[in-house]
Design a protein. Structure first.
Length: 236
């Protein structure tokens, strides 16, 4: 398979054969499962639909098809590459922390991690602003999403969809949910990080109490936090 030297391949393969590898990454299959029929690679599933695009190059013998990724295909490839890169970063972080623990002890590592979360808390606090609690929670969700967490929030007292507000909320009380943990590899080896994270949320929302309701490390499918304004009575 040839690489298309056009603007449409900004994830352009750098070596012969990389075009096929890129396509395999996008469709989630091996080269043995790819075959060609009517100019496009096909497989038993519909994974390929809309992902590759082809142009025909005529020359000696049968026409050849040059493949490149569509915008949809590039987006999927980028997500695949990001996931793999994230896994490698996580493995490196765990290895580095293990080495530090062997060198200076786990207590020292815990102190280092706490200092890091204190810096992160200050960064969040500076960026959340001084709006209502709901506005600050919404901004916190945006920051977490930007860092790779699949975050959302909803009002506890309002029958509303995630991230939707309600004018009839009985009090300022929200559930912050993270369905995907961007630091899960590290958290599994150093669960104290989760404690620092809880403290961080409490620090960036000083007028609130923050309690953990769900924890991925305990085998649940998400991490959840109850955020409630202090000194406010809420109807149960």
């Amino acid at each position: 398979m040839q690489a298309q030297k056009t603007q449409s391949a900004d994830l352009q393969p750098r070596r012969p054969g990389d075009g096929e590898s890129a396509l395999q990454s996008v469709v989630g299959t091996s080269s043995g499962n790819l075959n060609f029929r009517e100019g496009f690679p096909h497989q038993a599933t519909a994974n390929l639909k809309g992902l590759p695009q082809a142009s025909e190059v005529r020359g000696m013998g049968r026409p050849q098809h040059v493949y490149h990724l569509s915008r949809q295909g590039r987006d999927r490839l980028q997500r695949t590459m990001n996931d793999r890169q994230s896994d490698r970063y996580g493995e490196f972080a765990v290895s580095l922390l293990d080495t530090l623990a062997e060198t200076v002890g786990r207590d020292q590592v815990s102190s280092i991690l706490r200092k890091q979360w204190e810096r992160k808390a200050q960064e969040y606090h500076d960026r959340l602003g001084h709006g209502s609690l709901q506005e600050r929670v919404a901004n916190l969700v945006k920051l977490r999403k930007a860092e790779g967490f699949m975050a959302e929030y909803h009002s506890v007292d309002a029958d509303s969809s995630p991230n939707e507000s309600s004018e009839n909320t009985l009090c300022d009380r929200f559930i912050l949910t993270e369905h995907h943990c961007a630091i899960s590899n590290v958290a599994e080896s150093f669960p104290s990080i989760c404690g620092h994270e809880l403290e961080m949320f409490a620090a960036v929302l000083p007028d609130c109490t923050v309690e953990r309701t769900h924890w991925i490390i305990n085998g649940e499918h998400r991490c959840g936090y109850l955020v409630q304004a202090r000194n406010q009575k809420c109807n149960e």
